[in-house]
Structure formats: C-alpha cells, structure tokens
Design a protein around this ligand. Structure first.
Ligand code: NAI
Ligand code: NA
Length: 395
C-alpha cells in the first residue's frame, strides 16, 4: 500500500517503513562518520525503539561495535494497518546491525512486567553472559505495577497552583492560552510510580542478583530539567517529581553497584521532539523557539548527536563530569545563559502572527513527522509498499 501520515492531535496513527529505515540509516551514518568510541561491548537498552533509547543503541552498536539487546513495546502491522514507528526502526536497526556482523536481538513487551524482565535475563544469560552497559530510556503514560497489579497513569500537571501560559498547536501554528488545574496527591504518586526510578531499580536488582552485570558495568537513565518558563508544568510539576525520584534512584543503584565496581548515572538531555515530548503542553512552543536559536547559533542537536556526545565525552572518556547533584549534563548547550535569554525574550513576543518569523515551527513539525518516517529526504512516498516487516532478531 501507499502509506500516508494520518494524525490525531499529537499522535500519528501510521508509520512509513522505508522512512523509518532511512532515519535509522542516517543515524548510523552519523555515528560512523565520527569514528570509534572506546565504549561498551555488551549492552541492554530498555526503551530501545525510538528517541533517546534508539539513538543510544545505534551509538553503542555502530560507535563501539557493541552487541545489543533492545526491549520495547511496539505494534506489528495488522490487517492493512501499519506497524508502529518503533517497530520499523527496530527492524531497520537489526537488519543493519546483523549485516555489519553485530549481535542484535530484541524483546517486544511490557518492560514493567516480571515476565519481560525474566525473558530478558534469560536471553542475556544464554547469549551474552553479562552486560557492561544498561540504558534505561522508557517513556510511558501507564505502568501496571508488577507486585500490586495496580495500573498507574501519569499526568502532566502543575503542583500547588493552577498554571496558564502559551502553547501551540503545531499542525495549525495557532498559539493559544492553556490552563491546567493542579495535581492532587494521587496524580503525583501515580506519575512517580510510572516515570520515577522504581522500575529502573527493579531491573538493576534483577540483573545484579543473577550476576548478569560485568565488573565495572554502567547504568544510565535519562532526565530533563529545562527553563524557568516550563518549570510549573515540567520540573516543578508531576513529571518533575518523577524525575526527582529517578535521579535519587541513581544514587541507590550506584551504592548497590559498588559491589561490582559499577556506576549509575542520570544524564540530563536536551529538549527534543519525540513521541513522549509532543504530548506535554507548552513544551512544543518552547522547543520551536529553542530550535530557532540553537540552529542560528549552530549548536542544534538531535537524539543521535546528543547520545554521541554522551558516550564519547561523558560516559567513556574516563572523567565523567557531573553537576553538583551528580548528574551528567548534555543539556549544557540548551541551558547556556545566552540561549535561554534569547528564548525568554522571544517567549514574551510570540503569537500566532509572529510565530512563523520568531520560531522554527517548520523544524518542529518536520521532526514530528520524521518520527514516523515521513518527510524524510530520499524516500519515495508514492511507492506501493508491503507494510508487514519482520524484525530479524525478535525473540
Ligand atoms: P520515546 O517515546 O521516543 O521512547 C520511549 C521508549 O519506551 C520506546 O522505545 C517505547 O517502545 C518504550 N516503551 C514505552 N512503554 C514501554 C513498556 N511498557 N514496555 C517496554 N517498552 C516501553 O521517548 P524519549 O523522549 O526518547 O524518552 C526517553 C527518556 O528520555 C525518558 O525518560 C524521557 O523523560 C527522557 N528525556 C526526554 C527528553 C525529550 O525532550 N524528549 C529530554 C530529556 C530526557
Ligand atoms: Na527512548
């Protein structure tokens, strides 16, 4: 079939297999153009199919020749419906990895569950023996707790007071005011249960207990801070509480990993268009202004550039500089004072009328469609395609 984008709000219901493949190839080419990194050798990536997790997997495999196991939750094609983008991404990644002689296998299922954890442990045991890097890059709106069976739902709400500010519908370019009522205690607890560090710690405990972590192994998970203007809905809101918890968990895990001479970090990454971030109010408008400034300053990065810098200049350069809270920072360019001052200035002026000149809404929208394999250079979108694609290493 000929596959076209079909959007509903901030999600796209279709994905393009060739476009997703080209996306993955472009990321591989970027990593290969940068030379090798003395990095990890056997890697588990939890949340490996899109965004930062996919970029981490590509960096490990094609930057350091690492064997990789990816865990994700994606949908195969079904009755004329396309597969999800992460499915096509993983198919493309594993095809390229295997062609390059690299071990690459994956597990598709709920990473929060005991079953998927056990399946992953068994695969590591059988094929790799141990891993020396664990990347935790899940982003999910829900988590069924493996002990209680309770289904927790995260929310994106301010805490303590309601919040009102500008936001944009990036399909239409209309800038409007959004108002969000404050979270209650349940909202906070549920968001921490979904996006906090408990599941990361469960993964690390299970791996360590079964002796599947190599001596000196590293664990890393991803966080976000962002500017003052998104604080009420992000860092000081429900999701921020979850990130506080995730960051605190890094210390708990680091303590446990001392037994194997291992390390655990949170890396604070840059704001980027991903399936997760397009769902957060205010952030798309912030990102479109940020992109404009960072591109003008020649310091714009996507997921792959970010993960390349994380591996090469932070995790594997033998000095791992962290901030006062022990976090790795690859959001350093986003947070540069001059960059933030310019964004804050634009923020006061931005309206539906001024956005096309002040912001990079086109960059935002292109990135959004790129996530699903659309608007990628060199792809023939008229082509009649089979939407059914196999992931070579799927277990
Ligand atoms: P994403 O939506 O691109 O990736 C999420 C991944 O999690 C996918 O591989 C998906 O299949 C997997 N996943 C979701 N639920 C799952 C489940 N139940 N079982 C197994 N796999 C599941 O998200 P993104 O943006 O790459 O986020 C990854 C991390 O990076 C998150 O912690 C996020 O908060 C953080 N981050 C994101 C930033 C952004 O601007 N996008 C900035 C800084 C940090
Ligand atoms: Na990810």
């Amino acid at each position: 079939m000929v596959i076209e984008p079909r959007t509903r709000g901030f999600i796209c219901l279709t994905a393009h297999p060739k476009g997703c493949e080209q996306n993955v190839i472009n990321q591989i080419n970027y990593i290969q153009s940068k030379g090798t990194i003395e990095g990890p050798k056997k890697v588990l990536v939890i949340g490996a199919s899109t965004g930062f997790g996919l970029a981490s997997r590509i960096t490990a495999a094609f930057g350091s020749n690492a064997a990789t196991i990816g865990v994700f939750l994606e949908k195969p094609a079904n009755r004329g419906k396309t597969a999800s983008a992460g499915w096509y991404n993983s198919a493309a990644f594993e095809k390229q990895a295997q062609a390059a002689g690299l071990y690459a296998k994956s597990i598709n299922g709920d990473a929060f569950s005991k079953e998927i954890k056990q399946q992953t442990l068994d695969l590591i045991k059988a094929d790799l023996g141990q891993v020396d890097l664990v990347v935790y890059s899940l982003a999910s709106p829900v988590r069924t707790h493996p002990e209680t069976g309770v289904k927790h739902r995260s929310s994106l709400k301010p805490i303590g007071q309601s919040f009102a500010d500008k936001t944009v519908d990036f399909h239409t370019g209309v800038v409007s005011e959004v108002a969000i009522e404050p979270a209650n205690e349940d909202d906070i607890a549920n968001t921490v249960a979904v996006m906090g560090g408990e599941d990361w710690e469960m993964w690390m405990d299970a791996l360590q207990k079964e002796n599947l972590l190599a001596s000196g192994a590293t664990a890393v998970a991803y966080s976000y801070i962002g500017p003052k203007l998104t604080e009420p809905v992000y860092r000081k809101g429900t999701i921020g509480r979850a990130k506080d918890h995730l960051e605190a968990t890094a210390f708990t895990i680091a303590d446990k990993l001392k037994a194997i001479d291992g390390k655990a970090y949170v890396s604070v990454n840059k704001a980027l268009v991903t399936q997760a971030s397009s769902a957060i109010p205010v952030i798309p408008l912030y990102i479109s202004l940020l992109y404009k400034i960072m591109k003008a300053e020649n310091i714009h990065e996507g997921c792959i550039e970010q993960m390349h810098r994380l591996f090469k200049d932070r995790l594997y350069n033998n000095k791992t500089a962290t901030d006062a809270q022990g976090r790795i920072r690859v959001d350093d360019w986003e947070m540069r004072e001059d960059v933030q001052a310019q964004v804050a200035e634009l923020w006061t002026k931005v309206t539906t009328e001024t956005l096309p000149a002040l912001g990079d809404l086109k960059g935002y929208a292109d990135d959004f469609f790129n996530l699903f394999g659309f608007r990628i250079e060199g792809v023939n979108y008229e082509e009649d395609l089979n939407e059914v694609v196999e992931i070579p290493g799927l277990q």
